[in-house]
Design a protein around this ligand. Structure first.
Ligand SMILES: [Fe+2]
Length: 168
C-alpha cells in the first residue's frame, strides 16, 4: 500500500494547510465582528478547536511517518490573510463571511471523510479515531452556522435598513 501511504500523507498535508488557512480567516473574521456576539463567540470557540486540530495533524503526520516528514505551508497562510482583508471592504462582510465559513466547514468535512476512509484502509485505527474527533467538531460548526444563517441575515438586513435611514 505504498501509494495509499503517499496519498494519505498528501491529504494530511492538505488538511493541515486548510486548517492553517481557517485559523487566519477566523482570526480576521472574529476581529471584524462587533454586533453579532453569538457568532463571534462561536467563531472564537472554533478557532481554539482549529488550533488544536492543526496540532493534532502535525502529531499524526509525525506518528505516521515516524517523524521524517513535517508541514511547510506558509503559502496557504498568506492566501488566508488576503481573503480576510478583502472581506473587510464590504458592508455585508458578516454575511459574506458566514457564507464563506459555511462553505469552508463543508470542505473540511469532505477532507476528513476522505482521510478517515484512507486511515481505515491503512489499518491506522488510532489515527482514524483522532480524525473522527476532528470531523465531529467540523460537523458541529457547520450545523451551528446552518442553524443561525437565517437569524444572522435578518438581523443584518434590519440593521442595514436602520443605518440607511439614519444617514438620510
Ligand atoms: Fe472547521
Amino acid at each position: 500500500m505504498t501509494h495509499a501511504r503517499d496519498n494519505f500523507i498528501a491529504w494530511l498535508r492538505n488538511a493541515h494547510s486548510m486548517e492553517e488557512q481557517a485559523i487566519t480567516m477566523m482570526t480576521a473574521q472574529a476581529r471584524r465582528i462587533e454586533n453579532y456576539p453569538d457568532l463571534k463567540e462561536r467563531i472564537l470557540l472554533h478557532l481554539e478547536e482549529t488550533r488544536a486540530q492543526s496540532e493534532t495533524l502535525t502529531r499524526l503526520l509525525a506518528q505516521f511517518t515516524g517523524g521524517t516528514s513535517t508541514f511547510k505551508d506558509m503559502a496557504a497562510k498568506l492566501a488566508g490573510t488576503a481573503q480576510g482583508v478583502s472581506g473587510m471592504l464590504t458592508s455585508d462582510a458578516v454575511i459574506k463571511g458566514t457564507i464563506g465559513s459555511y462553505a469552508f466547514e463543508h470542505m473540511e468535512i469532505a477532507t476528513y471523510t476522505v482521510l478517515i476512509a484512507a486511515a481505515d484502509e491503512l489499518g491506522e485505527e488510532e489515527i482514524k479515531a483522532s480524525l473522527e474527533a476532528i470531523l465531529a467538531e467540523e460537523v458541529a460548526m457547520a450545523e451551528w452556522l446552518e442553524k443561525h444563517l437565517d437569524d444572522i441575515t435578518r438581523i443584518f438586513l434590519m440593521r442595514d435598513e436602520r443605518d440607511l435611514l439614519a444617514k438620510r
